[in-house]
Design a protein around this ligand. Structure first.
Ligand SMILES: *Cc1c(COP(=O)(O)O)cnc(C)c1O
Length: 392
């Protein structure tokens, strides 16, 4: 497997981490072709996660927009309510095959922590989740979930007490306990081989969608649309269509607006640098310090993006656009009313883009949106927004 996507990716880590990455690379190369491993993963994806997820023609939204035919890939219907479980289940199964006894991860909003704790419990491995103290306060519900699932949540009090500090602590733990510990990364980010591993475990999303749309519409779609935080649900949808004449559109979070500086759109408005062991577009100051990301969607609030997306941007294979918090909140409400589906705020970004540009598509065009998760987790945020909006 290659460590670079064009000039992006690589392994910008201390020497002590290299041993662990090499071991992981070798194990993944072996098990991805191992019949028993593949059979076991497929069975858990079917019986535990609930795959295949449906591909649903959103009649309400399609009718309302009078635009292209819109299909939703329903990752919101998976166990735990988002695509993240596809990856954590795969990685924890890999950890078990490698003989590891202990799982660690870091989490910002808590969603990756919950998905990791779920998979660790399923396979009977102990689990520790690093989380910044600020995030622990903001995401009390997910902390409760992780604890219920039997994980230990380790508070990180250094730096800004958020995700990037939790990443540092998780890496330190991994290097110290490498012989029995597996580090689960939650998106197509981090040093090689993680971006490839996570893409391969999310590949199932696009593979199913490709078969489903051919059956439903008799042909491939014209456009695929997915939100981009780290970029795993987008990579999972795009990858199986890599050689097809299908447009890829990744939607980043413009937060309060790109010009406000408060956004989470490294591909649209960032510069190339190194974060989390990988070279990619990211949000940074003139001095090269990582800037804070802003988005109403907890899962899009990350200052970097997967290196493969940076390459797809430069080669123009994919287009990257952004939508604001406000536009995403509108789409959240719209899809709830048109089709009775409450989408995650992250996925609402992808929906919002299609709503905004509906008139630019032809009526017979087929658009597939990855509905990466369900919105139940976001009700407090949305209720707060609606309250403020009604007072204005
Ligand atoms: C975490 C999350 C995302 C963002 O992660 P990607 O790696 O960009 O897919 C998107 N949607 C939902 C529902 C999430 O939980």
């Amino acid at each position: 497997m290659k460590a670079y996507f064009g000039p992006y990716g690589g392994q910008f880590v201390p020497e002590t981490v290299m041993y662990a990455l090499t071991e992981l690379d070798q194990a993944f190369r072996y098990y991805r072709r191992d019949r028993q491993f593949k059979k076991s993963l497929a069975a858990y994806l079917r019986d535990y996660v609930g795959r295949p997820t449906p591909l649903y023609l959103a009649e309400g939204l399609t009718g309302k927009l009078k635009g292209p035919r819109i299909y939703l890939k329903r990752e919101d219907l998976t166990h735990t309510g988002a695509h993240k479980i596809n990856n954590t289940l795969g990685q924890v199964l890999l950890a078990k095959a490698m003989g590891k006894e202990r799982i660690i991860a870091e989490t910002g909003a808590g969603q990756h922590g919950v998905a990791t704790a779920t998979a660790a419990t399923l396979f009977g491995l102990s689990c520790a989740i690093y989380m910044g103290e600020t995030d622990i306060k903001r995401q009390a519900m997910n902390v409760t979930r992780m604890k219920l699932l039997g994980a230990e949540v380790i508070p990180v009090g250094s730096g800004s007490r958020t995700l990037k500090d939790a990443i540092n602590e998780a890496l330190r733990d991994w290097v110290t306990n490498i012989s029995n510990t597996y580090y689960v990364i939650g998106s197509v980010v981090g040093p090689h081989p993680y971006p490839t591993i996570v893409r391969e475990f999310q590949y199932v999303v696009g593979k199913e969608a490709r078969q489903q749309i051919q059956k439903a519409a008799g042909r491939l779609p014209d456009v695929l649309v997915a939100c981009v935080g780290g970029g795993s649900n987008a990579m999972g949808l795009f990858a199986p269509f890599a050689k097809d004449a299908v447009r890829f559109i990744g939607v980043e979070a413009a937060g309060s607006g790109i010009e406000s500086g408060k956004h989470s759109a490294p591909l649209c408005a960032g510069r190339v640098g190194i974060l989390h062991g990988t070279k990619s577009y990211l949000l940074q100051t003139d001095e090269g310090q990582i800037s804070e990301a802003h988005s109403v969607a907890p899962g899009l609030d990350y200052p970097g993006v997967g290196p493969e997306h940076s390459s797809l941007k430069d080669t123009l294979r994919a287009e990257y656009v952004s939508v604001t918090d406000e536009e995403a909140l509108e789409a959240f409400q719209l899809l709830s009313r048109t089709d009775g589906i409450i989408p995650a705020l992250e996925s609402s970004h992808a929906v919002a883009f299609v709503c905004k540009r509906a008139s630019e598509f032809k009526k017979e065009d087929i658009v597939v949106i990855n509905l990466s998760g369900r919105g139940d987790k976001d009700l407090d945020i949305v209720a707060q927004y609606l309250k403020e909006a009604s007072h204005e």
